[in-house]
Design a protein around this ligand. Structure first.
Ligand SMILES: Nc1ncnc2c1ncn2[C@@H]1O[C@H](COP(=O)(O)OP(=O)(O)O)[C@@H](O)[C@H]1O
Ligand SMILES: [Mg+2]
Length: 627
């Protein structure tokens, strides 16, 4: 018995660690549920959905798999070869034979290296292809979401989804998945080879298996948790950054830098501590596996050496020095993949966490979608009718309460009312930015629910109060990817009085537009948005307070272009300056989501109601200003 003391000591050490970590595992499990940290999607579902992306590239994966087979074969064969060399070296041998064996070894090594390289390249390419498909799908899915859905998701979050998260998934296809498979095969292959070589020593190695499984399970739980925290922290910081970098000027104007810095510091610390936690988990697991490896080497040397010296082991097998050498190499080939399996597990965690987040975005069904029998409207005359329309952004809080009105084709209709009365809401319902809850909206006598959204929006030009310009050029901002010849662009620019300032620019239409059009004045941006709308030849134009905050210099120009635009088609307009809408065919006065007055400028003035009061007030003020 005494001679087996070393084994008992090894067993005791491993047992001790197993118990300590099992207790920690049990404790953290409860805590985890307490914070509600669980993932909603099952691993199986994530894998299934990811495989759907890999499927079109199955040929590349098969090719990579063949390359992989070479390196697996190398991993399994090389220890046998080394063992054989050891056997030869320990007896009498000829130098030529040794050289030949070393040559064979070198040849196998080269083949294995080359195939690993080819495999890596193939997978990288495939991974990038999958990644770009995924990013495109995600982007186009986000494009299909309704305004209401987009209002709910912070921009930074979406950016993280499209960039970081898809990247983690690409990592999985290029690296993790394949190494995972390779390592599993190496472990299995090594086991089989060991079985054939020596049963007793193999059984000894297998004694470590339960501990490996145990430690891996424990590690899995901790690392998944840590990874999720890192991910959430990253998303949180990205969201904060994208919002606050856009709003930096406001922060500075209101002198809130210190406050914002504190907020940022807090988020930064959270992320840092999540990272620490992750490294800590990692730092415990790796030494644990290493400990198992060292213990197994000790056992091998002990049992193997004893069997070698005694001439036979306790199971009666003869143990040669070659067997010990081969086993010694197999042990590292056995434990290394397990360690890297765990490492890749970390990545896999991250990839799965990312995949779940991406699929959650995919699972957001676009709320505003075409009905199956929706029709294409090739041409819109521009007749619009609201029939008892009820609408709310938040269930129960009606913003529009039974709004009904009729607009003839090519008429200009203006909406007037105090802030929050529902003007913008009415305009955004016409293009189905949101769906109404009750009533119906008809275009040319057809319910908009039965019209394809794309054909609806093609025929409608929306010009909003804050013009959004993309970074690019003046031209790209006007044509928005469509193919429109320059002379037509310039004709339109002339029409809306934008050409005078465009011509003054050094590069004309090719002048650079910086992010959000920062390098243009509000009035110039407005004129560009007019040009952008007109060039796409809409049948209906929607203007929401497009003339609200404009420098006096441009005001006359805009007024002029507006009047010209009124002749193009139906125009729905919200304007602060009531003089702008005096010529409208109809003026609709709103209050708290209901229509209180309706008629032409003169009719409404004669009525001496709300419009009359608004108009005289404004006229009076303008007189004062001009005086
Ligand atoms: N996205 C939204 N979510 C929730 N409520 C909104 C949203 N947009 C507007 N509202 C509310 O709807 C009401 C009407 O807004 P709006 O149509 O923009 O008014 P107006 O353009 O006449 O100033 C306001 O009370 C506003 O608070
Ligand atoms: Mg508004």
């Amino acid at each position: 018995m005494r001679e087996y003391y070393p084994l008992i000591v090894v067993g005791a050490v491993i047992g001790f660690f197993s118990i300590v970590f099992s207790i920690a595992y049990a404790l953290i499990k409860n805590k985890k549920e307490a914070i509600g940290f669980d993932r909603n999607m099952k691993d199986g579902e994530i894998v299934r959905r990811l495989l759907a992306y890999a499927k079109p590239h199955w040929k590349s994966f098969v090719f990579a798999g063949l390359c992989m087979a070479f390196s697996i074969a190398y991993d399994i064969a090389s220890p046998l070869l080394i063992g054989y060399i050891e056997e030869i070296v320990s007896g009498e041998f000829e130098l030529a034979q040794l050289f030949m064996l070393v040559g064979v070894y070198a040849a196998i090594l080269v083949v294995s290296l080359v195939s690993s390289y080819v495999q890596a390249i193939t997978l990288q390419k495939t991974g990038q292809r999958i990644l770009s498909t995924l990013r495109e799908d995600l982007f186009s899915h986000i494009e299909g979401l309704s305004h209401a859905q987009l209002n709910l998701i912070p921009v930074g979050k979406l950016v993280t989804r499209v960039t970081n998260d898809t990247n983690a998934i690409s990592m999985m296809f290029t690296n993790i998945l394949v190494n995972l498979i390779k390592n599993v095969f190496v472990v299995l292959g090594v086991l089989v080879a060991m079985f054939i070589l020596n049963l007793e020593l193999t059984l000894m190695v297998l004694c470590f298996a339960p501990f490996i499984v145990l430690f891996t399970l424990i590690f899995r739980k901790f690392s998944r948790r840590a990874y999720r925290k890192v991910k959430d922290g990253t998303t949180d910081i990205n969201t904060f950054l994208s919002e606050n970098l856009s709003g930096m000027k406001i922060t500075q104007i209101f002198n809130r830098q210190q406050r914002k810095m504190q907020e940022f510091e807090k988020k930064n610390k959270t992320l840092a501590s999540a990272k620490h936690q992750q490294i800590f988990v990692f730092g415990i697991f790796r030494p644990l596996v290493y400990m198992l490896y060292i213990a197994s080497v000790l056992c091998l040397l002990f049992l193997g050496g004893k069997g070698y010296l005694d001439g036979a082991s306790f199971l009666g097998n003869a143990i040669s020095s070659a067997t010990i050498v081969t086993f010694y190499m197999y042990l590292s080939k056995f434990f290394n993949p397990i360690q890297s399996l765990a490492e890749q597990f970390n990545w896999l965690q991250s990839a799965f966490a990312s995949a779940e987040k991406i699929f959650t975005v995919f699972d957001l069904q676009p709320e505003v979608v075409d009905e199956p029998d929706a029709i294409e409207l090739p041409e819109v005359r521009g007749e619009i009718e609201f029939k008892d329309v009820w609408f709310s952004y938040i269930p129960g809080e009606w913003v529009l309460k039974g709004v009904s009105f009729h607009v003839n084709a090519r008429d200009t209709v203006a909406f007037v009312g105090s802030t929050g009365s529902g003007k913008t809401t009415i305009l955004s319902l016409i293009c189905r930015n949101y769906d109404i809850q009750k009533g119906s909206i008809l275009i040319d006598g057809i319910d908009i629910k039965h019209i394809k959204i794309s054909s609806l929006r093609r025929n409608f030009g929306q010009m909003l109060q804050d013009v959004f310009l993309f970074s690019g050029t003046i031209r790209s901002n006007i044509v928005l990817r469509d193919d429109i010849p320059d002379d037509e662009i310039m004709r339109v620019c002339d029409y809306v009085n934008a050409s005078s300032f465009i011509n003054k620019l050094e590069k004309g239409l090719d002048e650079e537009v910086r992010e959000r059009g920062n390098n243009f004045s509000a009035g110039q941006r407005q004129l560009l948005s007019f040009a952008r709308t007109i060039v796409h030849k809409p049948s209906v134009m929607i203007l929401d307070e497009a003339t609200a905050n404009i420098d006096t210099e441009t005001e006359v120009l805009i007024q002029d272009s507006l009047e010209k635009m009124m002749n193009i088609g139906t125009m729905l307009i919200v304007a602060h300056r009531l003089s702008t809408i005096r010529n409208a065919d109809k003026i609709i006065v709103l209050s708290h989501g209901e229509i209180i007055e309706e008629g032409t400028h003169h009719e409404l003035l004669e009525k001496k109601g709300r419009y009359y009061r608004l108009y005289t007030l404004q006229a009076h003020r303008e007189q004062l200003q001009n005086a």
